[in-house]
Design a binder for this molecule. Structure first.
Ligand SMILES: Nc1ncnc2c1ncn2[C@@H]1O[C@H](COP(=O)(O)OP(=O)(O)OP(=O)(O)O)[C@@H](O)[C@H]1O
Length: 554
């Protein structure tokens, strides 16, 4: 009896529809243990809940309840299922679900949600637009065998320094995206010894492990958080069962070239690890897929992951709407809290329009739609969910592919000049990352004797010798920066050549802030796509990037 009393004190019992509705009024986070009248709430998790309740000590924003599936309409899909189910509601919206007594995941989910709530209450962040999950899903068979039913399954991948050095990083990322995975977060960094030992713990007994650790801790690696949807996996597995055996053994289709229109089709239903193996990318890229470790490494490499994570989609504004109401539409989008990450105006080819509008191909008006779509259009890559009246990618995976297609990354050569102090260098690197560039290559070099590798275009200018002298004063940091429209965006971030002019015209620019004279103007950047390719090849030798021209250069 005493035990029962303690349980009830820990978790409020919700066993009628009206109590359920009252519970949805809770402010903050509510952890709902869904139980069956005939098998009771999950005892195994009560120790964890008690510990969290005591440690987090958040009476106002953290609530624990047990909810009986039979008495509550919203929980009907969990009836007759004795496997524990935990739902997480924030301000009355059910935003996450875990099936199975997965204590580490439940623990982490609660801690993350409470931390987020604390920041919101303290005014340090805005409340995210949560996506409410659907509970009315009685497909019990599909649920069986799935320990975690969160919307997405995450992996951590590390692209090793040798891939960085041979310029393969972008290719690997494109392949991953084209195969239907979503790159949720990415960063390049020199890994610490502890990080390498921890991530590669299974290799620690290998004879060359120490050499491997020192290699990994000396050069830049690329760390990615990659996700795929649960449904995608189920759908494809079911497909496989009904398909003939020979189909099962076929390798995945070839990845599309950069100039192939986006194919609106999911292609790969396996784990990232299996995909990399199949495509022979594994020697350049290692993956962690164990759920508990993935959460640990996400916290380690991307501590703000939950706060910064954006869902990106591609939105296409049709020509008539674009021509008549572009400004109104843009302001509605922004007022709704969406962030427009990139936008471009373009005329679709007929082939692209046919693929994007495939859903209407059997309609009488299809040809009219195509005609309309191949006049002037504008595209947005935006945060969050589609808006009905536009074309919008209908899953995160397709969005990733659409975005790669319409906003292909471009590369530029960037240089931080010798007069810049180490502190200023750090600040400039921070500005670069903040502006959304990926640093795909980086090295420190003494340009004395090699200035023409970068400044070959001004070799006959009267000030060339002064430039050579200024660049010979000490080591420079040279980098390859990658993003859509990288060349123009980097030049905009640098600001005008003369820092005095920059202070007047573009006071936030890097040259305004860190330049001291025209000669010592802190940074350099390529002027156009061809110069970037040449400069990158001259400095990083074996790398010859494919460099799409971006619209602003034309
Ligand atoms: N009149 C000048 N006198 C002295 N130095 C100059 C002069 N004009 C340019 N420079 C130096 O030569 C570099 C290259 O000149 P360029 O005309 O290519 O300028 P930029 O394209 O703005 O700069 P960068 O090529 O470095 O990105 C400048 O960054 C600057 O340091």
């Amino acid at each position: 009896m005493a035990g029962k009393k303690r349980e009830i004190q820990l978790q409020t019992v919700i066993n009628t529809q009206s109590l359920w509705e009252e519970m949805l009024q809770n402010k903050g986070v509510t952890v709902i243990d869904v139980y069956q009248a005939w098998c009771g709430p999950c005892k195994a998790m009560q120790t964890l809940f008690r510990k969290l309740k005591n440690e987090l000590n958040e009476e106002e924003i953290l609530h624990f309840v047990v909810a009986e599936a039979d008495s509550i309409l919203a929980l009907q899909s969990f009836r007759d299922n004795c496997e524990p189910v935990f739902l997480f509601s924030v301000n009355g919206k059910i935003i996450s679900k875990i099936e199975g007594a997965n204590a580490p995941l439940v623990n982490q989910t609660i801690i993350n949600l409470v931390n987020e709530e604390r920041k919101i209450v303290a005014g340090e962040m805005d409340r995210p637009q949560y996506h409410e999950i659907t509970l009315v899903d009685s497909n019990a068979d599909a649920r069986k065998g799935s320990k975690e039913s969160m919307d997405r399954i995450y992996s951590i991948a590390i692209i090793k320094p040798e891939a960085m050095n041979t310029g393969k990083t972008i290719e690997i990322k494109e392949n991953i995206a084209n195969a239907g995975f979503v790159i949720e977060a990415e960063d390049n960094r020199v890994l610490t010894e502890n990080q390498v030992r921890d991530f590669y713990r299974q290799k620690s007994e290998q004879p060359d492990f120490e050499e491997f650790v020192s290699l990994m801790t000396n050069r830049l690696s690329y760390v990615l958080v990659v996700s795929r949807s649960n449904e995608q996996e189920f759908a494809l597995k079911e497909e496989n069962i009904t398909e003939p055996e020979t189909e099962l053994q076929e390798p995945p289709e070839e990845q599309p070239e950069m100039d192939t229109p986006p194919v609106v089709k999911k292609k790969w239903g396996s784990t990232l690890e299996e995909y990399l193996d199949k495509e022979n990318i594994h020697e350049f890229c290692d993956v962690e897929e164990d759920e508990e470790n993935v959460h640990k490494f996400i916290d380690l490499f991307f501590p703000d992951f939950k706060n910064i994570k954006l869902e990106k989609i591609l939105v296409l504004l049709r020509p008539d709407l674009f021509q008549e109401k572009k400004e109104d539409v843009l302001s509605i989008i922004l007022n709704e809290g969406f962030l427009i990450l990139m936008q471009r105006q373009l005329v679709l080819t007929e082939e692209e329009a046919r693929i994007l509008c495939k859903e209407y191909e059997n309609e009488d008006y299809f040809e009219n739609v195509i005609e309309n779509m191949t006049s002037l259009c504008v595209q947005f890559a935006m945060e969050s969910l589609p808006i009905n009246q536009f074309y919008g990618s209908d899953s995160l995976e397709l969005a990733e592919r659409d975005i790669q297609y319409f906003f292909p990354p471009q590369q530029t050569l960037a240089l931080i000049k010798p007069h810049v102090t180490p502190e200023q260098r750090e600040a400039i690197l921070h500005r670069i990352k903040e502006a959304g560039f990926e640093i795909t290559q980086m090295k420190e070099i003494l340009l004395k004797g090699n200035v023409d590798k970068i400044y070959y275009k001004i070799a006959n200018k009267f000030f060339y010798n002064d430039v050579v002298e200024a660049l010979s004063e000490g080591p420079s940091l040279v980098m390859v920066l990658s993003k859509w429209n990288a060349i123009s965006d980097w030049r905009r971030l640098m600001g005008p050549t003369d820092p005095n002019e920059a202070k007047l015209l573009s006071p936030d620019s890097i040259r305004a802030q860190f330049g001291t004279s025209t000669l010592r103007n802190a940074v350099h950047g390529s002027t156009n796509a061809a110069e970037a390719v040449q400069g990158i090849y001259n400095i990083f030798e074996e790398i010859v990037p494919e460099n799409p021209e971006n619209p602003e250069e034309n």
